[in-house]
Design a binder for this molecule. Sequence first.
Ligand code: ZN
Length: 230
Amino acid sequence: MRCNEKWTERIELKTVILPTGSMEAHGAHLPFATDSIIPERIAQEAAKRTNAFLLPTLPYGNTQRLSNFKGTISLTAQGLVYVVKDILKSAIKQGAEKIIILNGHDGNQHSLQVATRDVLEESEKNVKIMVIDAWWNIIPENVLKELNITREFGHAGKEETSVMLYIASESVAIEKAVEQKFVEEHHLTKYYFNDRKVPCEGRPVNASKELGKKIFDAVVDSLVDLIGKP
Ligand SMILES: [Zn+2]
């Protein structure tokens, strides 16, 4: 993380990565910070390989939907827009020409898009901002097929739990993982409701470190490619 470094005249912020997460209940087996830990570790690896300037991870997101679960602390969607806009504008002022937002939490997507649009609209500089709505969106199709998984990751489900087992096994209580039904969602007509009954979905019981490593490596490779593209 570049925030641990000391200032010098030579510091360059041409390409910047901002990981964004949430403080949100992730079942009894994963930590509240899961959506921050994963994109942060992915971004750390990619930054090492590309020399991109890695900003500290934004640990809060818009997670009102799980506010029934104690410990979940949320920004409003509007609050998140303001915070992200300020970070982007500040990075641009410091010379950023390309900014990659690597998001780890579903609920942040709209705010990140709004913030980015607003900043581009207001900026006089020639800057590119890439919003990766969710880190799992950049797993290549062939890898999904090979691993026999889909992009429909359940919240705290098998895939997310596998990645956590690989990168932060000390924070996973796998013995507390239980199988949970997916909360039904329709992708074209999104139905908003307030009564999510479980803070986890899918089959985290089937998670494995091996699967986690394969997913993690594939996402890091993809991110490195994306950073390298003009
Ligand atoms: Zn998550």
